[in-house]
Design a protein around this ligand. Structure first.
Ligand SMILES: C[C@@H](NC(=O)[C@@H](C)NC(=O)CCCC[C@H](NC(=O)C[NH3+])C(=O)[O-])C(=O)O
Length: 351
């Protein structure tokens, strides 16, 4: 069934609400049938006053997890990795439990704790301590293994960046190549994603880009320009750079079967609920949101210092939406910005 036309007034109101909540800027870009509708509010650079621009690049945070999942599932299709094989079979001795499988990583059911909770317990000091640091994958995994596990393998969904750091290790072990090369040749080149790159440990966002501003824990404290960082604390769990158009191209190509084999896409789309209301789900490195109008959308969210992103598409990939606010922390952006999805996919609310 055709979707109702996007309600751009509602989308823009959601952006204005995001600014009222403290974001310097916010944007939404809706692509459908080769056309794009855009909405922007506020500034992408607090110093120059440059306006938010849907052509600009930015840090996509955990949307990176879906890119990493695509690469891993291509390796599964090539019989280099099996989903239900223990991780320690490929990376001997890495994890303290031989029962943790590759699938547990992609579904956040490994029980491995998320080292970023302690790392960023104090938001700005935590960020300043790591923004120029370069970690090895092993160092990040060791941070996690120093903490108690959150549960038995396979027992429950518990979001953890550690899972996708291990996914990066699996990709590099199976291919003998850095993940940057695998993203490039398996996704970025084939889809011609000209604004998408993985430049870890570089700290710059090349070309036209949005500045990100981290909101401190202390109410009223000045925002911190967090645009430049290595994102080495996240890497294959969150260090990708992209643009609204590229993310929409990626998400619609994914659900359209252009990136992973059909039976593996089916597994990626096999969801378990992650919220009490039963409207939020997680599959393999992919979220599903069930919107108020009954439409299910698929994609991922991303939180990296100074940037909050939603990148979602319909099941048939016909309509894709990228929304982004250039601040993060204290839920400043999430809720208000999330309302863009309702306007973009559900159209005008019934009177
Ligand atoms: C949940 C989210 N995950 C991600 O995008 C990953 C890469 N980011 C995080 O885990 C947040 C790290 C702290 C950010 C910092 N927060 C703090 O420092 C809190 N003390 C910030 O808000 O910028 C997702 O999937 O949407």
């Amino acid at each position: 069934p055709a979707l109702p036309a996007p309600d751009m007034e509602a989308v823009d109101q959601a952006l204005r609400n995001t600014l009222a909540a403290g974001a310097p800027g916010a944007l939404a870009r809706i692509s459908e049938g080769g056309r794009a509708l855009s909405a922007t509010e506020g500034v992408s650079d607090k110093v120059t006053g440059a306006a938010m621009d849907t052509r600009a690049r930015f840090r996509i945070g955990s949307v990176t997890k879906t890119f990493s999942t695509v690469v891993l599932l291509q390796l599964v299709d090539e019989k280099k990795i099996e989903l239900d094989t223990p991780v320690n079979h490929y990376l001997p001795g890495l994890l303290p439990d031989d029962r943790i499988t590759v699938r547990h990583l992609l579904t956040h059911r490994s029980g491995l704790s998320d080292y970023t909770n302690a790392m960023f317990d104090k938001t700005v000091p935590g960020f300043e301590a790591v923004r120029n640091k370069v970690f090895t994958y092993r160092e990040l995994v060791d941070l996690s293994l120093a903490e108690p596990r959150t549960g038995e393998p396979g027992a429950a969904y518990q979001y953890s960046n550690t899972n996708f750091v291990v996914v990066g290790m699996l990709i590099e072990k199976a291919t003998g190549k850095p993940v940057a090369k695998e993203y490039e040749r398996r996704i970025i080149k084939p889809l011609k994603l000209r604004d998408t790159s993985y430049v870890h440990p570089g700290t710059q966002i090349a070309g036209l880009h949005t500045h990100g501003y981290l909101t401190p824990d202390e109410a009223g404290a000045p925002l911190v320009d967090s645009t430049e960082q290595t994102v080495s604390w996240a890497q294959s769990a969150g260090a990708m750079i992209s643009s609204p158009a590229d993310l929409s191209t990626f998400m619609s190509a994914l659900v359209g079967g252009r990136l992973v084999a059909p039976q593996l896409l089916d597994q990626m789309l096999t969801m378990t609920p992650t919220d009490a209301a039963g409207t939020r789900f997680y599959g393999l490195g992919l979220r599903r949101y069930d919107l108020s109008c009954g439409t299910s959308v698929y994609g991922h969210t991303g939180t990296v210092q100074g940037f909050y992103t939603y990148a979602f598409t319909t099941r048939d990939g016909r309509r894709s939406v990228t929304a982004m606010a250039n601040t993060s922390n204290r839920g400043v952006a999430n809720t208000a910005l999330g309302a863009t999805l309702e306007g973009a996919f559900c159209g005008k609310k019934p009177a």
